[in-house]
Every structure is written in structure tokens, then in C-alpha cells.
Design a protein around this ligand. Structure first.
Ligand code: DI6
Ligand code: FE
Length: 436
């Protein structure tokens, strides 16, 4: 059998060990066929070398492509003013209560065209790919009205078509209460759980459903209304839970059999126990913890003790986690939450795949799984967590096809190109203006 591609002269981090280790194999090879891993192991055991393409990876380390399982990558506008307010001591919840925070992004996103959402989202997603991401989840939730929620999800789908990365979409219309419904919360929840979800589903825009359960957002009863509707449609569930206070969110997520509960800084032991029983993944978001200068850490020891798998994600969003660097999220998971490097990296591969319900086809390097690979110029896989700003990614393979990591872009909040005054003078710009 001829392989489509043979990668040789590399070291493997399979993350396929049930015990939770790295699964390192030095001096290894990977054979790819039909976009999947057809064989992998020590080079000395390679059954044959018949391949259409052979690539010498020059002793690089190969991990599964990273999976960023929680992002709010599609939005318009900027929240730098809020950043400054928070540094002056105003809290995230106070800013939200004054109509800023999520609502500020909602106003800008409602005004943005599909093209703008795609263009700015693309730049952000390219930054994630630059650091090894091959699968990303993108949430709606900055529309809070049918047209804009659908436009956000269409933009996410468009990115999945344009770029080689896999995009998973999440319907998060229960993210904040829009002011039009300030006097009738119930009507908003009914709209979301009814017509809005139905229309998004009819257009094929929804892979999963999420909600923000928090004192500043929605109650357990309101989330339950949406979750029952979503479950009735066979949709997998996630939940933003216990980020700013213990709202019994972990237990609620578990009671619905949610794939994951996310944030979890204030989750109680009873909540962790419920997650363990339901097989719900704990998605840790250290970028939000860092940005909001939180002090209460998620109960990592309890997750370990009770066997709840931990995932790590960027939570990339313009307010609480302006973070487009998955490797920085790994570093923060270690430094701020005390994860071991192997736990952090598993959190953005195997366990992130579980949080997205995709563990059967990605997240670890095993025969039969997708050949989504990140090739790193490092001396040991723990270096992915240890360095900041090192830019160690050499190459990606997505479904077995090589993808050169995109160049970094510095201004991901506005559509390219930059304002002409900031652009280096081009030949055309230097040409004297034509007479009128
Ligand atoms: N939790 C978060 O971390 C994001 N949404 C949520 O429910 C924050 C979104 C934002 O501040 O814009
Ligand atoms: Fe979030």
C-alpha cells in the first residue's frame, strides 16, 4: 500500500496514553493516507517507505494540532476603554451593569457587515493557527437578535470554508439580556429557545449550544429552557459556569449531560462530583482569570482527584480575555492554575477534543485519526508551556496536507488594510497627486 505522505526524522508526542502522559516516541515516523494517520511509531519499525511525498522534519517534535475549544472570535469594535476602566478599579460586573462590557460589543457587532466580521475574524484565526491551532470553536452571542446572531454564525462557517482549519460553531444567544427585553426577560429566552435557535438550525449554522449562567447573565431556569429545546434537537451542550460566583453551574451542566462546563473558578466539590459522574469536561480559561485579575482559582486538585478531564482554551474575546495566543493560555494554565505542562497540552488536544465531542477522530496521534499535526522546533514538549513569545511552530498538517503557518498580524481588531497614514509609503502613494 502506497502512502500519500511519509513524515520522517521526527519525535512524536502522541498524547494517546490512557494514563495521561506525553506518549513520547523519539526517532519516529508518521505515514498518512486519505487525510488520516495510517501508521506511526519508531522509524526503525516502519513497514515500508513507499509514499507519494516524503518529508524530512529534521528532528522536530510533532504533536496533534491544537484545539481551541472555547472562543468568541467573531465580533466587531474595540473594548480598550473598558480595559482602562478596569485598571482604574471598576469591575467587569459594574461595567456590564452600566451597559458596557458584552453590550458594547453587541452594539458594534449589530452594525457590522458579514464581510467585516469575516475579515476581522480571519485575522484573529490566523493568529491562532500561527501557534498550532487546527480546530477552533467559535461562539455567537454578540448579536442577541436573530439577524446578528445568524450573521455571526455565517461568518464563522465562512472562515471554516476559507481556511483549512476546522471550525465548530456554538449558538450562545443567552450571553446577555439585550436592552430591548429589559422588562421582559422571559420573552427573550422564549425567542432564543424558539425562533432564533430554529432559524439558525435550519440554516445549518449550529454545532452546539452554550449559555452564560451567572448573576450578571441568566438563571438556571432560563438556561434550562434553552437546554431542553436544544437537547430536543439532539444538540450537544456547553455552559459558562461559576466564573464570578458559585451559581451551581457545574451541577446544572452535568444534569443536562453537557460536554463541558467552562470557567469554573467558584465550582464546589459537589459540582465537580456531578461533572465526574456525567463525564463533563472542565474547560479552564486562564486568559479571563488573568485579565479580570481574579484571585479564586478553579478547583484543579479536585478535578484531578475525582477524575474530571481538564481542557484549556483561550476564551479569545474583546473584553474578559483579549488573548489570541493558545501557547500563552498553556503557560497561564501552568503558572496561574498549577497545571503540569503535560496536563496543559492534553488540555488543548485530547481533552479539548472531548469538550467538542470530537475525541473519536482527533486530539491525539493514533492510527485512524485525522492527520492534523503541529510541527514544533523545540527540545522537549514542555517548552510549549514554558516560553512566552517564542514562536516555535514550524509547520502544520491539516488532514495530511501541509499548511504554512500564517504570518502574525498586529492589529486584529479592525479590517485590513491599516489606515493609509500608518502604511509604509508605497510607490503609488508617493506618486504626486494628479492635477484636478
Ligand atoms: N464569559 C466570558 O469569558 C466571555 N463571555 C462569557 O460569558 C466574555 C465576553 C466578553 O466580555 O465580551
Ligand atoms: Fe467565554
Amino acid at each position: 500500500m502506497i502512502w500519500d505522505r511519509l513524515l520522517r526524522n521526527l519525535h512524536l508526542v502522541t498524547l494517546a496514553e490512557p494514563g495521561g502522559g506525553w506518549g513520547m516516541v523519539r526517532d519516529a515516523a508518521i505515514a498518512i493516507r486519505d487525510g488520516q494517520i495510517a501508521w506511526l511509531g519508531p522509524a526503525a519499525e516502519l513497514p515500508h517507505q513507499n509514499a507519494r511525498h516524503t518529508t524530512d522534519l529534521q528532528e522536530a517534535w510533532v504533536t496533534p494540532g491544537l484545539i481551541d475549544c472555547h472562543t468568541h472570535l467573531i465580533f466587531a469594535g474595540s473594548r480598550v476603554e473598558e480595559f482602562e476602566r478596569r485598571l482604574e478599579g471598576v469591575s467587569y460586573a459594574e461595567i456590564a451593569a452600566r451597559g458596557g462590557g458584552i453590550m458594547a460589543t453587541v452594539r458594534a457587532t449589530r452594525d457590522a457587515s458579514l464581510e467585516t466580521l469575516v475579515e476581522t475574524g480571519r485575522e484573529r484565526l490566523r493568529n491562532l493557527m500561527r501557534e498550532g491551532v487546527t480546530t477552533v470553536e467559535i461562539k455567537s452571542g454578540y448579536g442577541l437578535e436573530t439577524a446578528t446572531e445568524l450573521r455571526m454564525l455565517r461568518a464563522a462557517r465562512e472562515l471554516g470554508r476559507e481556511l483549512p482549519v476546522s471550525v465548530i460553531t456554538t449558538f450562545l444567544a443567552l450571553h446577555a439580556l439585550p436592552p430591548e427585553f429589559a422588562d421582559d426577560r422571559r420573552a427573550y429566552v422564549e425567542l432564543v429557545a424558539g425562533e432564533m435557535l430554529e432559524r439558525a438550525l435550519a440554516e445549518g449554522l449550529v454545532d452546539m449550544v452554550d449559555a452564560f449562567l451567572e448573576g450578571i447573565a441568566f438563571t438556571a431556569e432560563e438556561v434550562g429552557r434553552l437546554f431542553r429545546a436544544a437537547r430536543g434537537q439532539g444538540l450537544p451542550l456547553r455552559l459558562h459556569a461559576d466564573q464570578l460566583e458559585d451559581g451551581d453551574g457545574a451541577a446544572l451542566a452535568a444534569s443536562f449531560g453537557a460536554l463541558s462546563a467552562d470557567h469554573l473558578e467558584y465550582t464546589s466539590e459537589a459540582g465537580v462530583r456531578a461533572m465526574a459522574e456525567a463525564g463533563t469536561v472542565a474547560v479552564l480559561l486562564p486568559g479571563a482569570f488573568y485579565t479580570l485579575r481574579e484571585t479564586r482559582r478553579p478547583p484543579v486538585d479536585c478535578f484531578r482527584r475525582l477524575g474530571v478531564p481538564m481542557a484549556v482554551a483561550t476564551d479569545a474575546n474583546p473584553g474578559s480575555s483579549p488573548l489570541l495566543s493558545p501557547l500563552t493560555a498553556l503557560n497561564m494554565a501552568c503558572i496561574l492554575f498549577g497545571l503540569r505542562p503535560v496536563e496543559a497540552v492534553r488540555g488543548m488536544t485530547v481533552n479539548a477534543a472531548r469538550a467538542l465531542g470530537l475525541a473519536s477522530d482527533r486530539g491525539s496521534l493514533e492510527t485512524g485519526k485525522r492527520a492534523d499535526l503541529a510541527v514544533w522546533r523545540i527540545a522537549h514538549p514542555a517548552e510549549l508551556c514554558c516560553w512566552l513569545g517564542a514562536d516555535p511552530l514550524e509547520l502544520l498538517f491539516i488532514e495530511g496536507e501541509p499548511v504554512v503557518p500564517p504570518a502574525r498580524r498586529l492589529v486584529p481588531s479592525r479590517p485590513a488594510p491599516l489606515r493609509p497614514s500608518l502604511r509604509p509609503a508605497s510607490r503609488a502613494a508617493r506618486r504626486p497627486p494628479r492635477g484636478r
